[in-house]
Design a protein around this ligand. Structure first.
Ligand SMILES: [Zn+2]
Ligand SMILES: [Zn+2]
Length: 452
């Protein structure tokens, strides 16, 4: 169990090798809050690296993209996606999931271990990383299980998994319901590092609930999941993390009590971070009242307007550190069942920026720069390099048309699944091109045809 005995893998993220970009993006508004850039510039990428920002005279053989009237952002990083590999490739796979990510402007994603088999053993993790080396279009990292088979009873070999490349640990899909197990995991974290990402839910409170417990669930006669199912577990785990001086990350915050629990823990000096999803930031259970659509069924559930506003406030004041999609693909036949029986989850990679932009930036609720920053802030939590638009940095950026309107699902999806909670909505803001790890990994169809 000596973590120094085994060599660390060379790279935390893996992807398929692609030709490095030689590209100049002309006249886009470059917005990188971390690099302190907000202005119209030409950006020259040579051999996959940002070579010049300003008005470079592009050398011969460099392709030119017209960015006039468009925005160039540091690429987004999602610390919470489900790529369904191994074992559930009918929902998603490494190629389709990372294609969906690239189409959403993401330049790196971190996949959850609730696969079949579960990523709870170094051999499974190694072969998954090897597969990603051939199939993933953008860099992918992996979390491994906290407990064997995500069963909640026995810890995985965390040090071995960390050596095999796990960025951290989670039982996502389920809580670590036994406090003593979480405590032990935090003790091992001291030896092997890595983030402990927690899906917070008390199963005895969630019961057989299928949506938020509130006036809408009462009216529809559906069993509810109370907000305290989440917030009481956050309070418990923050207390344990504080006691062990460990580091925890709270996944997909949904309730106002949860935002308060995270804020309280941060005020006490607990090393705690948190994420919120585009759907929890922009939708409420009222959407389910309008149409009993299984694409709106997820865990944690869409809650009420007070909760949604608390999440937005938490993002603004820094209680919530980053935006994460919890992209959770399910096959059509799995979702085309009565609401009570449908699996929980929505896809989200392709709509993340557009949904938040449309619902929160356009109406003036949140500044664009804050949203751009929160869409990549998850990288730092995972111990990954945060994309920056700066000379000498590997190119990891996305070109976005803020004025483009599109109807979600109208032209299909890059994801293998179509269970998107924003389906049918008209959103503003379209990713035109994505450069990840120095290579062009996505171009919107029309843009690819018209680009000079
Ligand atoms: Zn979860
Ligand atoms: Zn999840």
């Amino acid at each position: 169990m000596n973590p120094a005995a085994l060599p660390k893998p060379a790279e935390p993220l893996v992807h398929r090798a692609q030709p490095p970009a030689d590209l100049v993006i002309r006249g886009a508004r470059v917005l990188d809050p971390r690099a302190g850039i907000d202005g119209v510039h030409d950006v020259l990428i040579r051999g996959g690296t940002i070579a010049e920002i300003g008005a470079p005279a592009a050398p011969e053989g460099v392709e030119s993209l017209d960015g006039e009237g468009k925005q160039l952002f540091p690429g987004f990083v999602d610390p919470h996606v489900h790529l369904r590999v191994p074992g559930q490739e009918h929902k998603e796979d490494l190629d389709s999931g990372t294609r969906a990510a690239a189409a959403g402007g993401f330049v790196a994603v971190v996949a959850m271990p609730n696969t079949d088999p579960v990523i709870d053993d170094a051999t499974v993790l190694r072969s998954l990383r090897e597969a990603a080396r051939h199939e993933a279009r953008i860099p992918v990292g992996f979390l491994a299980g906290v407990t064997r088979d995500l069963g909640g009873d026995a810890l995985t070999e965390m040090a071995e998994l960390a050596d095999a490349g796990a960025l951290g640990f989670t039982d996502d899909g389920r809580p670590v319901h036994r406090a003593a197990i979480l405590r032990k995991a935090l003790q091992y974290q001291r030896l092997c590092g890595g983030l402990l990402a927690l899906h917070e839910e008390d199963p005895s409170l969630s019961g057989v609930g299928v949506m938020h417990e509130g006036d809408v669930s009462a009216r529809l006669g559906l069993a509810g999941i109370p907000s305290i199912s989440e917030s009481t577990m956050i309070a418990r785990d923050a207390a344990i993390a504080g006691y062990e001086q460990g580091r925890i990350h709270i996944q997909h915050l949904s309730a106002h009590e949860s935002v308060e629990a995270v804020a309280d823990a941060k005020a006490r000096g607990v090393r705690i971070t948190a994420e919120a999803s585009p759907h929890h930031l922009t939708l409420t259970h009222d959407a389910i009242a309008e149409r009993l659509d299984t694409r709106l069924k997820m865990n944690p559930p869409l809650r009420d307007e007070l909760d949604r506003r608390a999440l937005v406030d938490g993002l603004r004041d820094g209680t919530i550190d980053c935006i994460a999609t919890d992209h959770a693909p399910h096959a059509r036949e799995e979702k085309e069942v009565p609401f009570e029986e449908a699996p929980m989850g929505t896809t989200g990679l392709e709509t993340a920026f557009a949904a938040v932009h449309t619902e929160l930036v356009v109406p003036g609720v949140l500044p664009l720069a804050l949203v751009v920053e929160k869409l990549s802030a998850g990288a730092a939590l995972m111990g990954l390099a945060v994309p920056r638009i700066a000379v000498g940095e590997p190119a990891a950026l996305c070109l976005v048309d803020l004025d483009a309107e599109w109807q979600v699902g109208e032209a299909g999806y890059e994801s293998r699944s179509e269970n998107c909670c924003f389906a049918g909505r008209t959103l503003r803001g379209r990713v035109l091109a994505t450069v990840a790890a120095g290579s062009v990994v996505y171009r919107e169809r029309a843009f690819a045809l018209t680009a000079a």
